[in-house]
Design a protein around this ligand. Structure first.
Ligand code: GLC
Ligand code: CA
Length: 542
């Protein structure tokens, strides 16, 4: 077991993200809950993960599925009680699994007590916890557009002021310029640390230092100052792991965020690789096929750029992204092969991997009629694009490919009704392929995606080269293969991935001719890689 009191323990850890609403419903109301998570700790232990990143479980009106918090120190009753939460933290810890909470520090719900107070009058002490500008109803301070559509400004007539919100109208932005607010947030974080939480994922953290007068949302002028203070005041335990969601991070910024002196955060989620299959200048809905050569160059830049100077997070999925096997693999004929291939590509890299629930089963995207979707982003996009004159079919194609509900359908536990997720009709439809793709079937099949992830996790803990080997990209111009080495003082790893559904001729580089095969999704054959074939090879250097 890892010694989690030490700085840096998370470098050899693997984390698993749980989206509680869709994980397991223990009390039969169609919505996942904390008791459901407790029931599946054995499953996670078997997979071999060291921690759970828990998407928000705090009190919330659920406009954005918990990313709109109305009380940071209470549990949403539908998920359970504070006693359930304490039990989860304790029982997970007994199995060597840490709980990493999701901290939403950029905004609260409009139902939060602070915002309700702030609405009362301009002199209220909580008024300045949020971002306000004077104005008249017909003239918002500027034309900034919110992430979920519409203006970033909402008018409050009795105050004759607008409040600022980067996301939904019901998610007013917090004013980080106010030191009293910042202190209040640090105290709240200490509350969770005292409960035994061992780390935090920080929601849209690079958007806290906004400056709306200059139309700045991400990477604001005081961002790193705020992060240093946050770290100094709230993350004082040596062993806390912190990962910031930073859509605006490039390699240079990430070096700062994840500097080895622990001044800011342990690591960040950056999205450069994930945005490569998006039309330049377009939105995520305007997608293009994955440009593999650019993906390889991007991975190379991050691997080499942070080596020895910072730390990477490794992920392809989360609750905001479509399922990777549908996105970059083949969710039909080669679903199992391509899910394993993508994992091999990622798990040979330097950094800390994050598995999103169901990824270890090779779960796929879903297609629903528009009324069946739940996500406010999808609903807003649909209305907005139709109004702009896009065709219905085109809009639905974007939603099928990129909608966030692709990731949020219930976990597929078994072939039983509702996929064994619930006794009742789930809050979001189950993917109809659950009879074939489910945990029970995976656990009964040694060749399943689940056991492949289990092997990858175990291998990472076995050989130091996974942690500190330096990265070299091979065959950078190949449009079909992604191959690289990781090289440490005494050992070396070769990772070979065929990103296509065709066989591709292939000869290993000479030093690996007699290398040991650590893992593959096929029985290797000489001179060729079969569709989506992946190999991980290992050799000792003289
Ligand atoms: C992050 C979350 C996303 C949420 C948004 C606003 O991007 O991952 O789910 O909608 O922040 O909180
Ligand atoms: Ca429930």
């Amino acid at each position: 077991m890892l010694d989690k009191t030490k700085f840096g323990w998370w470098k050899s850890a693997v984390f698993y993200q749980i989206y509680p609403k869709s994980f397991l419903d223990a009390n039969g109301d169609g919505i996942g809950d904390i008791r459901g998570i407790i029931q599946k700790l054995g499953y996670l232990e078997k997979l071999g993960v060291d921690g759970i990143w828990l998407s928000p479980v705090c009190a919330s009106p659920q406009v954005d599925n918990g990313y709109d918090i109305s009380d940071y120190q209470a549990i949403w009753p539908t998920f359970g009680t504070m006693e359930d939460m304490d039990l989860l933290i304790r029982e997970a810890k007994e199995r060597g699994i840490s709980i990493i909470m999701d901290l939403v520090l950029n905004h609260t719900s409009d139902q939060h007590r602070w915002f309700q107070e702030a609405l009362k009058d301009r002199e209220n002490p909580y008024h300045d916890y949020y971002v306000w500008r004077d104005g008249t109803p017909d003239a918002p301070p500027n034309d900034m557009q919110a992430v979920f559509g519409g203006s970033m400004w909402t008018y409050v007539p009795h105050l004759r002021q607008y409040y600022f919100h980067q996301f939904a109208v019901q998610q007013p932005d917090l004013n980080w310029e106010n030191p009293v607010l910042r202190r209040e947030l640090y105290d709240m974080i200490r509350f969770w640390v005292d409960k035994g939480v061992e780390g935090f994922r920080l929601d849209v953290i690079d958007q806290i230092a906004k400056d709306p007068d200059r139309k700045i949302t991400g990477n604001g002028p005081r961002l790193h100052e705020f992060l240093e203070e946050l770290s100094r005041e709230a993350f004082i335990e040596e062993g806390l792991v912190t990962v910031g969601e930073a859509w605006g991070a490039d390699v240079e910024r990430a070096r700062k965020y994840s500097a080895q002196d622990g001044r800011e955060l342990s690591m960040v989620f950056q999205f450069e690789h994930i945005c490569l299959d998006q039309k330049p200048g377009g939105e995520k809905w305007d997608w293009i096929p994955l440009p593999l050569v650019r993906l390889k160059r991007c991975v190379e830049r991050w691997q080499q750029g942070l080596h020895g100077q910072g730390w990477n997070s490794l992920f392809m999925n989360n609750h905001d992204l479509p399922r990777i096997v549908s996105r970059w693999g083949d969710d039909g004929k080669y679903r199992v092969e391509s899910a394993k291939m993508l994992a091999t590509m990622l798990y040979g890299l330097e950094g800390t991997p994050y598995i999103y629930q169901g990824e270890e089963l090779g779960m796929t995207n879903i297609r629903l009629p528009i009324e069946a979707y739940d996500d406010l982003e999808i609903k807003n996009l649909y209305a907005e694009r139709l109004a702009k004159g896009y065709g219905e079919e085109e809009v639905m194609a974007s939603i099928y490919a990129r909608g966030r509900d692709n990731a949020r359908t219930p976990m597929q536990w078994s072939a039983a009704e509702h996929a064994g997720f619930s006794q009742a009709e789930p809050w979001l439809p189950v993917n109809p392929n659950y009879r074939e793709i489910n945990a029970q079937a995976a656990l009964a099949d040694p060749g399943s995606v689940f056991f492949y992830y289990q092997s990858l996790i175990a291998l990472r803990k076995c050989y130091p080269v996974f942690q500190d080997g330096s990265f070299t990209l091979l065959e950078p111009e190949s449009e079909r293969l992604f191959t690289y080495t990781r090289s440490a003082e005494t050992e070396e790893l070769l990772v070979v991935c065929n990103f296509t559904g065709e066989s591709v001729p292939y000869l290993r580089p000479e030093p690996f001719a007699n290398a040991e095969l650590l893992l593959s999704n096929y029985e290797p054959a000489a001179g060729v890689l079969r569709p989506y074939e992946a190999q991980m090879l290992y050799r000792r250097k003289r």
